[in-house]
Design a binder for this molecule. Structure first.
Ligand code: PAF
Length: 289
């Protein structure tokens, strides 16, 4: 694995690779890599000849009250994990390299950015879309791999890539979970022992909602089933629990138009210091004959 820090070096390296007929897989990250990232790198290595992993803690996607400087970092561990999973290029640009001037041009994706995470973090997805657009332009034609754990992020990136005609195929990979169901996330590093024990309640809540849907419940009943599980966990403070259309992310009031189709259960809760998010899929039973 080679390590590059400038846009020019990465472009030159990948242009030369593509000229030799090599395909490129790309895994954008903010570092502090875990098994979830490793699964994305392995998926990219399965599909492509060269696998670029970027590590860049993007200031644009943090609000002023969100502590950018406290974001966990461990570049030595990241190097090892990326190389072991099959990365061939590690791209680690500094802030000066990515944003040499104050940013005047941003990308915002209307609609899918607005609900759920967008309500608590109104500037977050414009920050994500802007840096991902820059990274797609730097990396060039590729398949880019994102974790389904950040379901709304995938929807935003897909929509941006389609609307702006990036030569990039966006691939979503399933969430990797701890044995007790907790979705792997760099933010889990902030959980102390008591909150780590409480944290799988978020996944249990989503699973209860999915079970309710499979049993014929309405969206409101599924939401109530999810809230009941989290209400029983005193260390969890719910932000939202919802059942949404998997493409538009609109909250569903009825399942009539979704009979026999997939819906997504999504949730966010503060559990101690970190605010955790998670989601799972469910299929609405087809109408009885
Ligand atoms: O999911 C992340 O780690 C980040 O939001 C991303 C996609 C790397 C953009 O900074």
């Amino acid at each position: 694995m080679i390590e590059l820090t400038t846009v020019a070096e990465l472009r030159a390296h990948l242009d030369a690779a593509r000229a030799r007929g090599r395909s490129v897989g790309f895994v954008p990250t903010m570092g502090y890599l875990h098994e979830g990232h490793a699964s994305l790198v392995r998926a990219a290595a399965r599909d492509a000849d060269d696998v670029v992993v970027s590590i860049f803690v993007n200031p644009l996607q943090f609000a002023p009250h969100e502590d950018l400087d406290a974001y966990p970092r461990d570049l030595d561990r990241d190097r090892q994990l990326a190389a072991d999973a099959g990365a061939t290029v590690l791209f680690v640009p500094g802030v000066e390299e990515m944003y040499p001037e104050p940013v005047a041009t941003t990308v915002s994706v209307a609609g899918v950015s607005a609900p759920l995470e967008g309500e608590s973090r109104p500037t977050h997805f414009a920050g994500v879309a802007t840096v991902v657009a820059k990274l797609f332009n730097i990396v060039g034609p590729c398949r880019a791999y994102f974790g389904e754990k950040d379901f709304q992020q995938v929807a935003v990136v897909r929509r941006m890539a389609a609307d702006l005609s990036f030569p990039v195929e966006v691939v979503a990979e399933p969430t990797v979970r701890e044995d007790d169901g907790l979705a792997m996330s760099s933010r889990n590093a902030y959980l102390d022992d008591a909150h780590r024990t409480a944290a799988p309640a978020l996944h249990r809540a989503l699973a209860a909602g999915a079970e309710a849907i499979a049993g014929g419940s309405s969206p409101d009943e599924a939401r109530a089933a999810m809230h009941a599980v989290l209400a029983a966990e005193p260390l969890a403070e719910v932000d939202y629990l919802d059942v949404v259309d998997p493409t538009s992310l609109e909250s569903l009031q009825s399942f009539e138009a979704h009979r026999g189709r997939a819906v997504r259960l999504v949730g966010a809760a503060r559990i101690g210091q970190p605010r955790l998010i998670d989601n799972i899929g469910a299929t609405v039973p087809a109408a009885a004959d």
